[in-house]
Design a protein around this ligand. Structure first.
Ligand code: NI
Length: 226
């Protein structure tokens, strides 16, 4: 399941974030890659110790915690603090699969990467290439969203970033451990939640809504691990 979450930040907010981030120290993106994927990874990442990166990461997560679609689609249990990357001059990241478990730097917590998220921080008109290509059961999907928009995709999927041949692509990326490990189950819960919200906005029959919400919560109870 791929979910586009629009307008997490406005264009102005993104411009400010990106300009300030670009003035910070950046390092070779291979620092957070596994051995296998390091061979195919050509980009730069914001130094993980950057105080500004930590601050903006918190700002992103705070914004998302108020986003109904994000919360409903991801059902987050733990979130790996956002990292930032940039690609230019032909840089790319070949097909790979993300590590299943990631330790959070400096703390003992670990995150199972059920979902991956990319928040686009550059206007797509200003760069060529840089599409996030995700392989799922329906084939390959190419994702290049407006600045301030986020894509959520299953951590189980093989994906790549196409070479950036003009301009620069800046993004935030992070992983989410969900209360519900299986993508197919999260997808059913999201469909049901969206339908319940819609019916409730239409002031549908209370008794049916109560019954449906009961089914939603009982499925969540059955499928979640807290
Ligand atoms: Ni990846």
């Amino acid at each position: 399941m791929l979910i586009d979450i629009a307008d997490v930040f406005t264009a102005d907010e993104v411009d400010e974030m990106r300009t300030r981030l670009l003035a910070e120290p950046w390092v070779d993106g291979k620092v957070t890659a596994g051995q296998r994927s390091a061979r195919d990874k050509f980009n730069r990442q914001l130094n993980e110790d950057s105080a500004l990166g930590v601050l903006f990461g918190q700002r992103i997560l705070a914004r998302l915690s108020d986003n109904a679609l994000f919360m409903s689609a991801a059902l987050p249990k733990r979130i790996y603090p956002p990292l930032f990357n940039r690609y230019s001059g032909g840089e790319a990241f070949g097909f790979h699969i993300d590590n299943a478990i990631r330790g959070i730097k400096g703390v003992r917590e670990r995150v199972r990467t059920d979902l991956s998220a990319t928040l686009f921080l550059t206007d797509p008109q200003t760069y060529d290439g840089g599409e996030l290509v995700i392989r799922d059961t329906f084939g390959e999907r190419s994702v290049k969203l407006p600045a301030g928009h986020l894509v959520l995709y299953p951590g189980t999927s093989v994906h790549k970033v196409n070479p950036v041949t003009r301009g620069e692509r800046v993004a935030a990326f992070f992983w989410i451990e969900s209360l519900v490990r299986e993508d197919s189950q999260r997808s059913l819960l999201l469909d049901m939640d969206v339908a319940i919200q819609r019916l409730s906005a239409q002031q549908a029959d209370d008794e049916s809504l109560l019954q449906l919400s009961g089914v939603y919560h009982n499925l969540l109870r059955r499928w979640s691990d807290v």
